[in-house]
Design a protein. Sequence first.
Lengths: 111, 110
Amino acid sequence: SQTIHQWPATLVQPVGSPLSLECTVEGTSNPNLYWYRQAAGRGLQLLFYSVGIGQISSEVPQNLSASRPQDRQFILSSKKLLLSDSGFYLCAWRTSTDTQYFGPGTRLTVL
Amino acid sequence: KQEVTQIPAALSVPEGENLVLNCSFTDSAIYNLQWFRQDPGKGLTSLLLIQSSQREQTSGRLNASLDKSSGRSTLYIAASQPGDSATYLCAVDDDYKLSFGAGTTVTVRA
């Protein structure tokens, strides 16, 4: 069966520090992968998606970036965090039947 | 740009009552519509997916309908239980990307 992992589960970082969140998927190959952010009191916002290694599409211009160095690995990064980057970050993958499955999420607090 | 709205924002019902959650979207050119459940501090759990060519999907006590022409979907939960308490999110898939509503937070009172 397919499983999606995210780490860390929680993170507290100072403003201006770098960020690296990792997502890996097991049990499937060449998945479409997605990064979403859920800010307090707001809906989910699609940040990036990837249809293959090295292929990244950005949905919202901001100080975040994404990379896909391996088929089942998706990384979200920032060089300098802002207060507004705080939120719940979710990774998801899309099956061949179009269902999206989500990981457990990373709670990021920027102080 | 697709806009997804969910009404009501919150709902509190006694155990055993049926739940009706509404979702509307502005652009009817969609591939599918999905309903998710989110427990506090957790990721999303997929409940039902309705393809654009379908009118409804059922899974156990859950039934979701889709009227693409009017831009509406409804999630019905029969005989609600306290374990159904969660936030329910509607998401519309157009061009292989999901646009989410803000969700309906459901509380089922024992």
